[in-house]
Design a protein. Structure first.
Length: 115
């Protein structure tokens, strides 16, 4: 069981989330730039015989696909995170249930208006 105060645990969770967000953001910048650099400097074999117009279209398309792959990976990582669902206070729940089932003895406002 974790003996740390709740604010420290939350801070550590937030720091992990910020780190993942920062890494994903950097990859969203670096991946398309690396793709465009690879296409423009003929680092990918077999693409030297393409026309400049086809090279531009293909490199742009692959750069956009690379960003979408990074976004999909980030979404996957976010969905894989454990969700710590908030549990309501048991005392509050007991009082709320008691107030719902408690008869008031007075007719409700809507019934008064109908008469």
């Amino acid at each position: 069981m974790n003996c740390l105060p709740i604010w420290i645990v939350r801070f550590e969770m937030a720091a992990g989330l910020v780190k993942k967000f920062f890494i994903a953001s950097m990859l969203m910048w670096m991946a398309p730039i690396a793709v465009l650099y690879g296409f423009n400097h003929n680092l990918l074999p077999g693409l030297t015989n393409l026309s400049p117009h086809a090279m531009t279209l293909l490199s742009g398309f692959v750069a956009v696909i690379s960003v979408n792959i990074v976004i999909a990976f980030y979404i996957y990582m976010a969905m894989k995170e454990p969700s710590n669902k908030h549990q309501p206070d048991p005392k509050f729940l007991t009082q709320a249930k008691a107030s719902v089932y408690q008869p008031t003895g007075e007719p409700m406002e809507s019934l008064k208006k109908q008469e």
